[in-house]
Design a protein around this ligand. Structure first.
Ligand code: SF4
Length: 181
């Protein structure tokens, strides 16, 4: 039987959710028997193939135009989209900046922060992704099929969701799977 194909990517994140995915530990061997991982941000192949994948995973919020493109591309190229982690599900900690003007946020980071050299300026190269005025959750940009909240969600919740999908069922996460450190 052909393996289920999977691609993942991250948006505005700390990468903790992808680390939680890796925390399934030895189960990754079992996963590899059923799933072919075609792209992730932590492997050489970083974009889902144009031919598409069965399962797409996004972690992180949508904070800039590059991340919006990544989210839309993943949505176009996957049959089932999973949002993993609070940043993806609600915007999470990234939305703390939504209370401030985006230019003040940039100035705080690039000009005023204690760690920057005096005289530093906000980088304005057109090659740099454009920060949106507001951070959005993934489902405010594209349709999401499965939500796994948590910061990060425990590996057992991610494992449960993936194995339920492999079994042809829609994962319904119960309280015991949504425990937090
Ligand atoms: S939900 Fe938490 S662990 Fe996941 S990317 Fe956001 S801040 Fe990091």
């Amino acid at each position: 039987m052909a393996k289920v194909t999977l691609a993942s990517d991250w948006l505005d994140v700390c990468s903790g959710c992808h680390m939680s995915l890796l925390d399934i530990d030895e189960k990754i061997v079992e996963l590899a028997q059923h799933v072919q991982i075609l792209s992730t941000p932590i492997t050489d192949l970083k974009h889902p193939p144009e031919s598409g994948v069965d399962i797409g995973i996004l972690t992180g919020a949508v904070s800039n135009d590059h991340q919006e493109h990544v989210a839309k591309e993943m949505r176009q190229r996957c049959k089932i989209l999973i949002a993993i982690g609070d940043c993806a599900v609600t915007g999470g900690i990234c939305t703390m900046r939504n209370f401030f003007d985006v230019n003040k946020v940039l100035e705080r980071a690039y000009v005023e922060a204690e760690s920057v050299e005096p005289g530093s300026a906000v980088p304005r190269s057109p090659e740099i992704a454009k920060l949106f005025p507001q951070v959005r959750a993934v489902d405010q940009v594209v349709k999401v099929d499965v939500y796994i909240p948590g910061c990060p969600p425990p590996a057992k919740a991610i494992w449960f969701a993936i194995t339920e999908l492999l079994a042809g069922r829609t994962p319904v996460l119960t309280d015991d799977l949504l425990t937090y450190d």
